[in-house]
Design a protein around this ligand. Sequence first.
Ligand SMILES: [Ca+2]
Ligand SMILES: [Ca+2]
Length: 419
Amino acid sequence: MKKTLLALFVGGTANLAFAAVPPLTTQIVASGFEAPVFATAPNGDPRLFVVERGGVIKVLQNGTVLPTPFLDLSASVEASPTSERGLLGLAFDPGFATNRRFYVDYIDKTTLNTVVATYQASASQPNIADPSTAQTVLTVAQPEFGNHKAGWIGFRPGENANLYIGTGDGGSANDPQNRAQNLNDNLGKILRVDVSADHLPADPTRYGYGIPTGNVTGGNPEIYAYGLRNPYRDSFDRETGTFYIADVGQNQREEINIGSAGANYGWRKFEGTDLNFPNDPALANHTPPIFEYDHNGERASVVGGYVYRGAAIDELQGTYFFADFATGKITSFRFTDGGGVTEVIDRTAELTSPTGISGSPNSITSFGEDGFGNIYLVSFDGGKVGMITAIPEPGAWAMMLAGMALISVWARRRGYPAA
Ligand SMILES: [Ca+2]
Ligand SMILES: [Ca+2]
């Protein structure tokens, strides 16, 4: 919390002195995680929960990684390093503060299928999940291939009942069964299910789900959107609810899409706007990406991030960050419905360094967002997690005391606790 407060002070004073976005850096908040692939937190909760691909979730609290994991699923999770399998997703229920419920997405060690399960944190020990509360929400059958397991899960702000689930096409190359276009197959999709209650109350091991209105009709009722290859890291703008789906490409294009019910994002007929299978049938509901980039310069694997809604850097409000796993490049842009994508900025030099988050190839695995809208980078290199912050400007420190009075104003305006 101290670091968060510090960033708040610095960003706040910089705002007084400079109209432009201040120079950014990545402040390491913890390191030594084993193959970390995600970081998140319940809304308004000062802790940060870091997901290790091998099946362990750890708690960062008051600047310290707690010695006892929040949850250890390593006995259930398949995570061989030569595959893309593992514990891949974590989402806290919007009502976590009262119901202690959260959800995980992983590849099961025995079946090699995707499992989405729910747990509750212990009532008496809030930093430990209660394994006896485990219930399966749903499973998605996976083919034998080790790639394209996606695994992101999340809740859209203001839509508290529904869990969104990203699934890849199941792997190999060129989606050999064209699963992403098959509405009777839950691979290559965004699924959306109602998890507002235990739908199988008589079964202590299964939670089940309901079907919200507005999903795709004419196929599996869980399908919200389709035509995706590997939507590994996605997010909702916590202020507007805009849904960013980053779909990992094959040999041509990496893409970012805006999620909407019934949209068909084109794979495998299209890879981005590139026609990949010209002889495949014409697509219904084809929705091209809002942003794509090619594989020149060895870029090869998009890692979707978040729209910045932190309190520290006012000028960064509404800016979306993403990275490329293969190159370690980090980019930001702004997107609006009417104006499309603007202000595309290469952030690599600002946000990577030898002592911070490494920009080396195959290191940046994910972004994360804490309970207050701050954005983090997650890296295999050193197992580091770092928060995107503004660099203190010379002179800003002298204005800090003046800025202190404003901080409580901002905190109230954004609805955060003033502490
Ligand atoms: Ca049940
Ligand atoms: Ca696409």
